[in-house]
Design a protein around this ligand. Structure first.
Ligand SMILES: [Zn+2]
Ligand SMILES: [Zn+2]
Length: 306
C-alpha cells in the first residue's frame, strides 16, 4: 500500500497527517481535494503524493501513480495504524512526536521519534512487523545509539528477536476494545514466602508478566518508570523466563523490581552459603568420628579362633 503519514511541502516544510493542524498550522481541508492541487512530495523518495482519507476515516498521503520503489510505500496499513497509535501514545504522555524522521547521516529512519519536554532526550519507536534477524535489529539499535537515540521495537508477533533488544509485544484492539494492549515484554518481580522455611529461607522469587495497555506503557517508558532489563538465562528459580515457548532474554520493568530481584538473589546466595557451610561442618565432624569407628571392633566382626 502506497501510504505515508508525512509529506514535504515547498513552503510549509513537513506536513504530518496525524496532527489536526498538519503540524504547521494548516487545515487538512487546505490540502485534501484542494483546487488547484497542492504540490507535495514523499519525504523518502521525493515522488509526488496527494492527501487521502481511508474508508475508516484515517488521513494519510498516497504516492501518485508511477512511483519508484519507496521504503514508505512498501509499508502495510497495520504498520501505519501502529505508527499512528504510537504517535498518539507519545503525545498523550506529554512528549513531542514526529513521524518518519531521518538520522543525520541517513543511516536510520525512525517510524516515530519522541522528544522529551526538554527537547534533548530522544527515543525512537519502531513498528517492526516484517521479519528481521536478531543480528540486523541489533545493528539498527546500535545505529540509533550512535546518535544518542534510545529505541523500543514494537512487534505484533513473537519474533525470535523480541526481548533480545528493548522491545514490546502488542496486539491491536478487538472490536469492543478502545486501546492497543501490551501482551508481552513488561514484567515484575515477586517474592512469596515458602511453607518450608528450612528448605527455602529466602522464599520463592520469580519474574512474572505484567499486563497493561500500550498508552500506559509508552508513558512509563518515556517517564523512566520502566527500564529495559536483561533477564538471567537461568535465574534462581532454576528456569528461564519463557511464556508460551518464547524465551525472553530481556524485558521492561520498574527499577524497584530490578532492586527486589537483586536483593532476593543476594538473600538466596547467603542462604546457600550458610547451608553449604553447615554441611561442610557436618562432614568434618563425621570425618573425625570415622577413624575411631573404624578402629573399634564391631561385635561379631572379628573371626573367632578355636
Ligand atoms: Zn515515497
Ligand atoms: Zn520452598
Amino acid at each position: 500500500m502506497t501510504v505515508g503519514f508525512t509529506a514535504q511541502h515547498g513552503e510549509r516544510g513537513r506536513l504530518d497527517a496525524t496532527q489536526p493542524d498538519l503540524g504547521c498550522d494548516w487545515a487538512w481541508e487546505g490540502i485534501h481535494r484542494a483546487r488547484p492541487r497542492v504540490d507535495m512530495t514523499c519525504p523518502e523518495c521525493a515522488h509526488p503524493v496527494h492527501a487521502k482519507v481511508s474508508r475508516h476515516g484515517l488521513r494519510f498521503f498516497a504516492h501518485d501513480p508511477g512511483s519508484p520503489t519507496c521504503a514508505l510505500a512498501g509499508e502495510s496499513m497495520e504498520h501505519h495504524l501502529l505508527k499512528l497509535e504510537l504517535a498518539t501514545c507519545i503525545r498523550a504522555a506529554g512528549h513531542h512526536a514526529e513521524l518518519e524522521v531521518r538520522g543525520p547521516d541517513g543511516d536510520w529512519r525512525a517510524d516515530v521519534m519522541a522528544s522529551g519536554p526538554d527537547g534533548r532526550t530522544r527515543m525512537a519507536w519502531e513498528a517492526q512487523l516484517s521479519p528481521i534477524t536478531a543480528e540486523e535489529i541489533g545493528r539498527r539499535t546500535a545505529r540509533f545509539a550512535k546518535n544518542g537515540v534510545r529505541v523500543c521495537w514494537v512487534a505484533t508477533r513473537l519474533r525470535p528477536w523480541v526481548g533480545a533488544v528493548p522491545s514490546v509485544h502488542v496486539r491491536p484492539p478487538a472490536e469492543d476494545e478502545a486501546r492497543w494492549l501490551v501482551t508481552g515484554g513488561l514484567v515484575r518481580f515477586e517474592v512469596e514466602d515458602c511453607d518450608d522455611r528450612y528448605g527455602c529461607p529466602a522464599g520463592h522469587g520469580a519474574w512474572r508478566e505484567a499486563a497493561t495497555d500500550l498508552r500506559s506503557f509508552v508513558r512509563w517508558v518515556l517517564d523512566g518508570r520502566v527500564v529495559p532489563h536483561r533477564l538471567p538465562v537461568i535465574y534462581s528459580g532454576g528456569y528461564s523466563f519463557d511464556v508460551e515457548g518464547h524465551v525472553w532474554a530481556g524485558a521492561w520493568t520498574a527499577p524497584q523490581y530490578v532492586d527486589a530481584a537483586a536483593a532476593f538473589a543476594e538473600k538466596e546466595h547467603r542462604a546457600r552459603v550458610r547451608r553449604e557451610e553447615s554441611r561442610a561442618r557436618w562432614l568434618e565432624r563425621k570425618r573425625r568420628a570415622e577413624p575411631q569407628q573404624a578402629a573399634a571392633p564391631r561385635p561379631g566382626a572379628v573371626p573367632r579362633s578355636g
